[in-house]
Design a protein. Structure first.
Length: 202
């Protein structure tokens, strides 16, 4: 980690909880939700309620990075904010992707057991699956490490692009509400911010 940013640590803690929310669990079986739109609406509302504290957390992180306490983030302060965010986003996303792979493989193995019986449950089959999972995880870890390295190599350019995404009134300062809006997950502004930082592709 590049430095202390306790509220961003809280931010990613909630992000992890959202990934294990009832909505995400239900999306693993989308056909059930398609036949029960009220259930989908209920689960979305539940997930939105879980996300709501993130606004306050981002606000506190803003205050933490507003080192001169003038109520805005200048370019230098925003650079520290972006660096702290990226340094947490990459390991979080790497861990999340590897965990999702484990879940997907476990589900596939259960399906194969139903189709092939004990032939899918032999030690040799398990070893082959484990080896393939390890190989794919190595690829994922390398991809995210390269993304982090790419940010470090071009961070002045990428930070400037992220600053422009957030600075909606173009006054050269980041306002508190602008930052909160940009870091609120799953919003269009949040996607644009992550793309500007090189963390996501369009």
């Amino acid at each position: 980690m590049s430095g202390p940013a306790p509220y961003l640590d809280e931010y990613f803690k909630i992000a992890g909880e959202l990934l294990n929310s009832n909505l995400q669990q239900a999306l693993a079986n989308p056909m059930e939700l398609l036949t029960n739109p009220e259930k989908l609406k209920e689960l979305k509302a539940e997930a939105d309620k879980m996300k709501e504290p993130m606004k306050e957390i981002v606000g506190k992180s803003f205050d933490h990075h507003d080192t001169n306490k003038n109520g805005t983030l200048d370019v230098a302060e925003s650079k520290a904010f972006f660096q702290h965010f990226v340094d947490r986003y990459i390991p979080f996303t790497t861990k999340t992707a590897c965990g999702a792979m484990d879940k997907a493989v476990a589900a596939q193995m259960e399906m194969l057991k139903g189709l092939m019986g004990e032939a899918a449950n032999t030690e040799e089959a398990k070893k082959q699956v484990a080896a393939e999972i390890a190989k794919q995880k190595e690829i994922l870890i390398k991809q995210y490490a390269e993304r982090h390295a790419a940010y470090e190599a071009k961070k002045d350019e990428l930070n400037a692009a992220a600053f422009a995404v957030i600075d909606k009134n173009s006054n050269g300062q980041l306002e508190r509400d602008e930052v909160i809006d940009a870091f609120f997950p799953d919003s269009d502004k949040n996607f644009a911010l992550n793309q500007a930082l090189g963390l996501m592709t369009a």
